[in-house]
Design a protein around this ligand. Structure first.
Ligand code: JEW
Length: 237
C-alpha cells in the first residue's frame, strides 16, 4: 500500500516510520509511505502556506492552494486522488472498523493541518474522510496520521504473524483483552492465577472470557452495552 502524507513536518515521520513494525513493512515493500513537504507547493518567495482567517479570530489557517497543487502534482488531477483522510479533532472517530476499511484501499492520502486547521475548501473538495484519533486537541495532524499509518499497516498481509487475524477477531468481537502473564510465576509478591498454570485449556478459555467481559463492563461501559446488544442480551434499561 502506498500512503502519501502532506505535512509541514515531513522529517518528523522518519522516526516512527523506521522503527519496528513500520520499518519492516517498508523494507519488505508491503508499505510505501511518502511524506511530502507542503511548502514545496507554495508559490511565493517566502513559501507561505498559512494566512489569517476571514471574519477574524485567533491564529492562522493553512491555505487551500498548496493542498490542491500537491494533489494535482501527485495524482494528475483531484478526481484521480486515492481515498483522502484529513486528520481533525472534529472528524469521525478512528475505530478498528474504519482502520479495516482503510487497510482495504490500494492507496491513501493523509492531509495534516497545523495552527488552527485547514481552509474549509480542502475539507469539502479533497477529503473523502475526516478522522479524529480521540477527543483531545493535538497541535497538528502528524501524530494522528502516524496513528492511522501504524493501525492500517499492521493489517496489511505479511506485516504481522499469522495469528494476527485471530487476534483481530477478539477486538472485533467488542471486548477488551483479558489479563496476560509471562514468567516468572511469582514476582514481587504478585502471582499468576492458578488457572493459567493448570493446563486445563477449557477452564483457561472460560476464565479469559469472564475476565474480558468483566473488564469491559467496569472499564468501558460503552463497549459493554454495545457488546451485550450484539449478543442478543435482553435489554435492562
Ligand atoms: C488535530 C489536525 C491541525 C486530531 C485529534 N484542527 C485544529 C485545531 C487545532 C488547535 C485548535 C483548534 C483546532 C490544532 N490542529 C489539529 C489537531 C489534527 C490539526 C491543527 C487533532 N486531535 N487533534 N484527534
Amino acid at each position: 500500500m502506498r500512503i502519501d502524507v502532506l505535512t509541514l513536518f515531513p522529517d518528523w515521520f522518519a522516526g516512527p516510520l523506521d522503527a519496528s513494525l513500520l520499518g519492516r513493512a517498508r523494507s519488505s515493500g508491503i508499505l510505501d509511505v511518502r511524506p511530502h513537504d507542503l511548502r514545496r507547493w507554495a508559490t511565493d518567495r517566502h513559501r507561505t502556506v498559512d494566512d489569517l482567517p476571514f471574519g477574524g479570530g485567533a491564529g492562522m489557517l493553512l491555505k487551500p492552494e498548496p493542498f490542491f497543487a500537491a494533489v494535482e502534482a501527485l495524482y494528475g488531477s483531484v478526481e484521480n486522488r486515492p481515498r483522502t483522510v484529513v486528520l481533525t479533532p472534529s472528524g469521525q472517530r478512528l475505530t478498528q472498523r474504519l482502520v479495516q476499511a482503510l487497510a482495504g484501499e490500494p492507496a491513501l492520502l493523509l492531509l495534516c493541518g497545523r495552527y488552527e486547521g485547514i481552509d474549509e475548501r480542502v475539507h469539502a473538495a479533497l477529503a473523502t474522510d475526516e478522522v479524529s484519533v480521540g477527543d483531545y486537541v493535538l497541535a497538528g495532524g502528524e501524530v494522528a496520521a502516524a496513528v492511522v499509518i501504524e493501525a492500517v499497516a499492521r493489517l496489511l498481509p505479511g506485516v504481522m504473524g499469522n495469528d494476527s487475524s485471530a487476534h483481530e477477531e477478539s477486538f472485533a468481537d467488542g471486548l477488551l483483552e483479558y489479563p496476560q502473564y509471562t514468567r516468572p510465576a511469582e514476582f514481587r509478591g504478585m502471582s499468576v492465577p492458578d488457572i493459567l498454570r493448570s493446563g486445563d485449556h477449557g477452564r483457561v478459555a472460560a476464565w479469559r472470557r469472564d475476565q474480558a467481559v468483566e473488564r469491559t463492563r467496569t472499564g468501558r461501559p460503552d463497549l459493554y452495552r454495545a457488546w451485550r446488544e450484539r449478543h442478543g442480551a435482553p435489554r435492562s434499561d
